[in-house]
Design a binder for this molecule. Structure first.
Ligand code: NAD
Length: 338
């Protein structure tokens, strides 16, 4: 059954997926109101939504999902929540897992508790395929065991279980989505695709982990947005939905494609020491979400070319981010040396 919504709270809406989702929803459902609650961490960026910030159906609240009062204020009158707020970078979770536990688990817990008190009719928790861990052959279904390999994916698996436990215990109307790796505009240039595109544009080396044979199943971010839209309107409460397209490619093949599309030579490839605990291959079966009407619209190579063009044409968006990340790195290493 398809439901009609009025006001949606998107947490983490100033990040990569959240900002694309808010833009997508305001266009697709111009009568819906969207509230964006975001702490604006290093990867939350108000510029991601500059084009829609004056839309009368959009409002922004700066705040932390761990802060009960701010979550209460943001959730007032909402009939749905999409939780995109998270610490999302595996490498950062390996260096310092604390924030991952705080935001991805404690933060979600606050959202769930307030949603329970307010009787919000629908809560979609944005999860990841990484909770299943690596698979050599075949694909994970929603019934597969969880086997997270990094502090990031362990925090995301805990979040999924917490949301499901609220459904079982309190009948909280939660739904879990688990998407494969996303790419597209407005992705912070530390993740592999935007990092490699921007490095290639600046003639810097592209650091490929290990032998480069780790395989990922890439999904253009707007395909993820349409999947969230479908689950919000047609998903069954208490269920889990995998979202994947089946565009598997090794990291080294991906790197070569990026270099080709940016117009640079393979000489920029540099193999570096592998990430500890690096999952070899992710793959999910997405027939359950297809059965409720989702289908991907974006073909991988075309969407990757479009993404490369976006980064070429939006240097003003990413150059300051790269400069401040570099300044933070230098500051940290100078402090370590003292
Ligand atoms: N990017 C992917 O490939 C991918 C794939 C599958 C699932 N996911 C999941 O999708 C969600 C969004 O990912 P993303 O790539 O957009 O991440 P992102 O890092 O780009 O954005 C996260 C957003 O959350 C905000 N945030 C962080 N901590 C917060 C807090 N305590 N309170 C309020 N806001 C906070 C940040 O400011 C930022 O705007 C995450 O849960 C991630 O695990 C991402």
């Amino acid at each position: 059954m398809k439901i009609k919504l009025k006001k949606i709270l998107v947490t983490g809406g100033a990040g990569f997926i959240g900002s694309n989702f808010i833009r997508y929803m305001l266009k697709k459902h111009p009568d819906y109101e969207i509230v964006n609650l975001d702490k604006l961490t290093y990867c939350g960026n108000p510029k991601n939504l500059r084009d829609i910030e004056k839309n009368h159906n959009y409002s922004f609240i700066k705040g932390d999902i761990k802060d009960t009062e701010v979550v209460k204020e943001a959730m007032k009158g909402c009939d749905a929540i999409v939780n995109c707020a998270a610490e999302s970078h595996v490498d950062r979770s390996i260096k310092n897992p604390n924030n991952f536990v705080r935001t991805n688990i404690h933060g979600l817990l606050t959202v769930l508790r307030v949603a329970k008190d307010y009787n919000v009719p629908r809560i979609v928790q944005i999860g990841t395929d990484e909770v299943y861990g690596s698979i050599e052959k075949g694909s994970f279904t929603e019934k597969s065991n969880l086997n997270p390999g990094s502090p990031y994916s362990a925090s995301k698996a805990s979040a999924d279980l917490m949301a499901l436990s609220f459904h079982t215990t309190y009948k909280l109307p939660a739904i879990i989505m688990r998407s494969s790796n996303n790419f597209g505009p407005y992705q912070y240039p530390e993740k592999i695709i935007p990092l490699f595109i921007t490095n290639a544009i600046e003639d810097k080396k592209l650091p490929v982990y290990g032998d480069g044979m780790n395989v990922r199943d890439w999904l253009f971010v707007l395909d993820h947005c349409s999947a969230i839209d479908i689950v919000l309107h047609k998903g069954e409460i208490g269920e889990i939905y995998n979202v994947a397209k089946g565009d598997e490619i090794s990291n080294i093949e991906l790197t070569r494609k990026i270099l080709e599309y940016v117009g640079k030579s393979d000489d920029l490839i540099e193999f570096v020491e592998d990430r500890p605990g690096h999952d070899r291959r992710y793959s999910m079966d997405a027939s359950k979400i297809r059965a409720i009407g989702w289908e991907s619209k974006y073909e991988f190579e075309g969407a990757l070319k479009e993404t490369v063009e976006w980064y070429k044409n939006n240097k003003a968006w990413w150059e300051p981010l790269r400069k401040s990340a570099e300044a933070a790195r230098l500051h940290k290493s100078s402090k370590t040396k003292v």
